[in-house]
Design a protein around this ligand. Structure first.
Ligand code: AMP
Length: 357
C-alpha cells in the first residue's frame, strides 16, 4: 500500500554529508522538513536541515528519540550499522529497506546477489587470511585488486596487485582485514544504472552516465553515454531492476558496471543517491534527489528524461574547488559547493554541471 506523506512531514536522514545536504534541499522544495542524524558535530547536511541530532549510530536511546520524531527515515550513507536499525523499525518506515544495506555493506554479498539475479561479475574470491590470498591469486591470476569486504569507498581499502608482486605488502596494505580479491577487468568504459523505485513498484531509469574515474574516485559523469555503453544498457538495467524488485526496494538505487567485450560486468551497488547522478539536478527533468524523496514519501515519481542534449558533471576534488570564481565566471556552469570548509587532497568538495543545448 502506498502511504503518501503530506508536505510538512518530517524526513529523517541517517548520515550528515553532501548527499544528505542535497536530499534535504530537494525535500525542502517539496515542503518537507529534514532531521539529520549523524555522529560528527560538523554536518554539511544539518546546515540546511530543520533538525539535527548529533549522536553515535549505536546510541539506541538517541536513535529511538530521533526515529519517533520522523514520519519516514532514509539514509545517505550505506555503512550505517544495521543492528540498531532493527531496533527502531517500529517507529517509522525506513526506505530503502534494511535488506539493501545488508547486501551493499558486503562486497562479497553484493556480487553473489548480482550473480543470483543473472548478472556477471569479475572473477572473485573471499580472502580472510594470508594463505587464502596466495590461493586466490593462484586461482584468479594477476593483475588483480584486493578490496576490503566492508567500509571501502572511493578506492580506499584497496590494493592493486601486479604479476610477481610480493603479496605480503598487499596483505599489509589492507591491514589483514577480510577482503575480496577480484580479477582486473579490461573494460572500455564504466557506467552506472541509476533507477528509482516507488512504493507501488514502478521503476524509472535516468539516462545512463558514462563515468570516468581518476585514482579510484569518480572524476566525470557524462550523459548521454557513447554507443559502447548504450549497447549494454538494456542488460544492465534489467539486472538492476531485478535486484531492486527482489529487495522490495523503495528509493534511488545505483549499480555500477564495467562495459566489456563480454557485456556489462556488475561491480557494486549503492542503495542510495549517487555521485554519478549529481548531473540530474539540472540535467534531468527530475533529479535523483527529488525522486528519492518522492519515492519514500509515496508521491508520484517525476520524469527522469534529459533536460539538455548533453550533460557533463565534473567533481571538484581537493584544491579544484578553490577555482570557484573562475567556474562561476562561465555563466552556464551550475556550481555546487558542499560547504566543507578548507579543501583537502582527495576530498569531494563540490561539483560543476554543464548543460549543452
Ligand atoms: P570500487 O570501489 O569497486 O568502485 O572501485 C573504484 C574504481 O577502481 C572503479 O570505479 C574502477 O575504476 C576501478 N576498479 C575497481 N575494481 C576493478 C576491477 N576488478 N578491475 C579493474 N578496475 C577496477
Amino acid at each position: 500500500m502506498m502511504k503518501t506523506l503530506p508536505p510538512g512531514s518530517t524526513i529523517g536522514i541517517l548520515g550528515g554529508g553532501q548527499l544528505g545536504r542535497m536530499l534535504s534541499m530537494a525535500a525542502a522544495q517539496l515542503g518537507y522538513r529534514c532531521h539529520i542524524y549523524a555522529p560528527d558535530a560538523q554536518s554539511v547536511a544539518a546546515e540546511v536541515s530543520a533538525e539535527f541530532t548529533c549522536a553515535q549510530d549505536d546510541d539506541i536511546a538517541s536513535l529511538t528519540r530521533f526515529a519517533e520524531s520522523c514520519d519516514v527515515i532514509s539514509f545517505e550513507f550505506e555503512n550505517v550499522p544495521v543492528e540498531p536499525l532493527h531496533q527502531i523499525a517500529g517507529c517509522a518506515p525506513l526506505y530503502p529497506p534494511i535488506a539493501a544495506l545488508d547486501i551493499a555493506q558486503n562486497r562479497v554479498a553484493e556480487k553473489i546477489f548480482a550473480r543470483d539475479h543473472g548478472g556477471t561479475t569479475a572473477p572473485f574470491a573471499e580472502v580472510t587470511s594470508r594463505a587464502e590470498l596466495d590461493q586466490a591469486i593462484a586461482d584468479i591470476g594477476a593483475p588483480a585488486i584486493l578490496k576490503t569486504i566492508r567500509m571501502g569507498y572511493d578506492g580506499k581499502g584497496q590494493s592493486r596487485i601486479q604479476p610477481g608482486d610480493d603479496l605480503d605488502q598487499h596483505w599489509q596494505a589492507v591491514a589483514g582485514q577480510p577482503c575480496v580479491a577480484e580479477g582486473f577487468v579490461r573494460f572500455s568504459h564504466e557506467f552506472s544504472v541509476i533507477l528509482v523505485r516507488g512504493q507501488d513498484g514502478e521503476v524509472r531509469f535516468w539516462d545512463t552516465p558514462h563515468n570516468v574515474h581518476e585514482d579510484g574516485i569518480l572524476a566525470h559523469s557524462l550523459a548521454p553515454a557513447p554507443v559502447e555503453i548504450l549497447n549494454q544498457q538494456e542488460a544492465a538495467r534489467a539486472l538492476a531492476a531485478k535486484m531492486a524488485e527482489a529487495m522490495d526496494y523503495v528509493g534511488v538505487l545505483t549499480c555500477e558496471f564495467f562495459a566489456t567485450s563480454d557485456g556489462p560486468l556488475f561491480n557494486e551497488m549503492a542503495p542510495r543517491v549517487h555521485n554519478s547522478g549529481h548531473w540530474t539536478i539540472e540535467g534531468a527533468v527530475t533529479s535523483q534527489f527529488e525522486n528519492h524523496i518522492r519515492a519514500i514519501c509515496g508521491l508520484p515519481l517525476g520524469d527522469t528524461g534529459l533536460a539538455a542534449n548533453r550533460v557533463e558533471m565534473h567533481n571538484l576534488i581537493g584544491a579544484q574547488s578553490d577555482d570557484w570564481q573562475a567556474l562561476l565566471a562561465a555563466g552556464a556552469n551550475h556550481l555546487h559547493l558542499y560547504g566543507k570548509g578548507a579543501s583537502r587532497p582527495g576530498r569531494k568538495m563540490g561539483h560543476v554541471t554543464k548543460l549543452h543545448f
